[in-house]
Design a protein around this ligand. Structure first.
Ligand code: NAP
Length: 417
């Protein structure tokens, strides 16, 4: 069965055996402006779920304008209008996520559960007052405090499959801290975040009726369109290959040679999942009350070999990156190549290590009707092309409406009660 049924439209609605809640109240979502968050907005709204989002302002845009840009993008892409989420300006690192008393009263009367998807994806940082600790640990605490104060009793939390750290062998969905070593600080913060959410359940003496944990592996672009808005993981290696090809004379290196330099074995495997599938599974679980209280490995049943990753980088940069011209005054020499690679090596080494086997029994039982789309060379090349065309984030991937209607251009404000 093909995952995207009619070109590039969202996932199919699950079959009727799934128990769908009437869900008259809103779901409070964090991290709505990120890669996964923008898909969650789309899928949950299409599924009829009312949403309230906690979003921080950027240097140039208000929180409401940022959410509006995402909605305009989806409305243009889907060719249909979507209901508007309520936008609450906030920041997870602030007490009670920075929501004032009015906003909190609104949440208390209009929301019934929370999906904490926001995180800092900064890999390194040992200072617990800085990222990734501030958002992933302190921020999770603040979302929990907000949930406690506003009476939200069902907590959905996006973690990562890499809470397993440097473990090898089979890793089950019920395991968390088994004394494993970690590859980076990000993994440590995600373990602490999960631990705090679990500790807040009634079963552990806390206030939550349920804590549902989602652990994706490395999220890549849309399996159908290649769309992405962030460039971690797979794209980091691709970006390095692209940068090298556009800064040094062709033939200086290659994708497989790059991975060889980093010390990656061709038969090692890495687990990548397309963002549209991750979002579809989470949206389905959120809308299915019996799914609550479980941990799900949102991982691909068929991980990619590092040999495939190396070949992808090679093919993609050869097909889509512009070669450096020998006359280019910005052309870099071998020393630049060595220095540049040297500074990045450690990050990639810890990231591209061989994966353990992620047991996905809970996920398979929940979403047997939503198989993870295969990540074959054509779909990976589409993602690589998208990343290179959008200069790894220098060009915004969000469509902008030529003439947004007044309703679409006026984001809703918080209803005060
Ligand atoms: N990407 C992956 O490969 C991957 C793999 C496994 C798990 N995950 C998990 O999946 C979730 C979503 O990741 P993603 O890939 O969508 O990341 P992303 O694109 O970087 O998005 C992160 C989101 O979190 C928000 N955020 C960060 N710090 C915040 C703060 N202090 N207050 C309010 N909002 C804050 C960001 O807001 P701004 O737009 O304002 O920065 C953004 O909306 C995260 O929990 C992540 O740990 C990701």
């Amino acid at each position: 069965m093909s995952y995207a049924r009619d070109g590039c439209s969202p996932s199919p609605r699950p079959p009727s055996i799934a128990l769908k809640s009437a869900a008259p109240k809103s779901l409070l979502l964090t991290g709505a402006t990120g890669l996964l968050g923008s898909y969650l907005i789309r899928d949950l709204l299409l599924d009829g779920r009312k949403l309230a989002v906690v979003v921080r302002r950027s240097r140039k845009q208000s929180a409401a304008a940022r959410v509006e840009a995402i909605l305009v993008h989806w409305e243009e892409t889907l060719g249909k209008r979507l209901p508007k989420p309520v936008v609450l300006e906030g920041d997870l690192t602030q007490p009670l996520c920075g929501l004032d008393a009015d906003a909190r009263r609104w949440v208390a009367s209009h929301c019934d559960e929370v999906l904490n998807n926001a995180a800092s994806l900064t890999f390194r940082g040992s200072d617990r007052d800085a990222e990734p600790w501030r958002t992933n640990v302190t921020g999770t605490d603040q979302v929990l405090s907000l949930a406690r104060e506003t009476g939200l009793r069902h907590f959905h939390h996006v973690s990562t499959a890499y809470v397993c750290g440097l473990r090898s062998g089979r890793v089950t969905e019920d395991e968390l801290d088994v004394g494993q070593q970690f590859g980076n600080d990000y993994e440590r913060t995600k373990v602490e975040g999960e631990t705090r959410v679990r500790a807040a359940t009634r079963a552990a003496g806390g206030f939550l009726d349920s804590a549902t944990i989602y652990r994706p592996s490395i999220i890549v672009g849309d399996s159908c369109t290649g769309w992405t808005s962030t460039y971690h993981g797979l794209f980091a290696g691709l970006r390095l290959g692209h940068t090298l090809l556009t800064r040094v004379v062709k033939g200086t290196t290659s994708g497989p040679a790059l991975l060889g330099l980093i010390g990656v074995a061709p038969n090692d495997t890495k687990n990548f999942v397309p963002v549209d599938w991750v979002s579809a599974v989470i949206a389905h679980a959120v809308q299915t009350p019996p799914a609550r209280g479980t941990t799900y490995h949102l991982t691909h049943p068929e991980p990619l070999s590092m040999d495939t990753v190396g070949r992808l980088i090679q093919q993609a940069v050869e097909a889509y990156s512009k070669d450096a011209s020998p006359d280019d005054p910005d052309l870099c020499d071998e020393q630049w190549f060595a220095d540049n690679l040297g500074t990045q090596l450690d990050i990639y080494k810890s990231y591209l290590r061989n994966d353990p086997l992620f047991d996905r029994s809970h996920t398979a039982a929940l979403v047997g009707h939503l198989p993870c789309p295969p990540l074959d060379m054509p779909s990976l090349m589409k993602m690589a092309k998208f990343a290179i065309d959008h200069e790894f984030g220098r060009k915004s991937p969000l469509k902008t409406a030529a003439n947004p209607s007044p309703a679409a251009s006026t984001p809703p404000s918080v209803a005060r009660s």
